[in-house]
Design a protein around this ligand. Sequence first.
Ligand code: NAD
Length: 303
Amino acid sequence: MSIRFDDQVAIVTGAGGGLGRAYALELARRGAKVVVNDLGGEADGTGRSDAAAAVVAEIVAAGGEAMANGGSVADPEQMAAMVDHARERWGGVHILINNAGVLRDKSFAKMTTDDFEFVVRVHLLGSAFVTKACWDLFRAQNYGRVLMTSSSSGLFGNFGQANYGAAKLGIAGLTRTLAIEGAKHDIRVNTIAPTAGTRMTEGLFPADLFDLFAPEKIVPAALFLVSGDAPTNQIVGAGAGVVQSAHITLTPGVALHGDSLSPEGVAAAWDRITDRTAKIVPASGAEQAMLIGRMLMERGAPS
Ligand code: NAD
């Protein structure tokens, strides 16, 4: 076992069940001290239970070290207190897995603004709040590994999940900028887009596929992405042992000018504008502007 987390402290949010529990158990098995955060709600965020304490008991029974936290990721003060507590007890925090999540699926026509806001708050703002609570510490340590949790629903869309999809692509966007800002302090930030049989996907997955898509099959990709040698700024798909790399790509585009720089010109050039043959993956937003500049220079002086 060469990837280990001895002397490291990991926080896993939403770790009272499903994917978070699987991450927490394996992090602890590989030597990390783990904060198991979960308020123990139902899939839609209602209700409370001591799910986090049950996972801590499993870790301790297996010889590991863990503490439970029943705070909500949607509450920045509770999250700041959680990070302070971990730092006071164990001297630092090195790994954060933002995994907590809820669902309130409905077609956009039927979705209330409250359901939209609630889901965005837990997933997107929750990921930002917990990461913010760790950020100064990561910078001071010159070390931090953050794994966010996106979804194919955010990256590619899914009927009935406008709230969830908006939050999940927002999380990928948060990843991009934090990876850039964290680089000089060796803070690496990645996103996983899992596909797993959990209570969140009950009813969506045929029961006989649950074993094939067990949460444990996501764990290898997740743990690599928070290891010392992790890459940064990656969006990684994982499910049933298949590991993928997702990208937001850009076509070279077409430089329009004069009469062609008109709605009609865009319509006429649409096939070339959307031709993905020579697509690229910009490493930052600035790169898109640089590519535009390069294209204009190749074409000659802009008019
Ligand atoms: P899950 O419901 O088993 O796990 C989510 C956990 O988050 C629950 O234990 C829940 O109590 C906890 N939680 C909810 N709100 C919280 C809050 N405010 N504060 C703290 N904890 C809270 O489902 P899962 O499938 O294990 O989901 C884990 C993550 O993976 C989620 O972010 C989910 O959106 C994402 N995801 C899952 C799949 C999949 O196929 N299972 C696909 C794409 C994304």
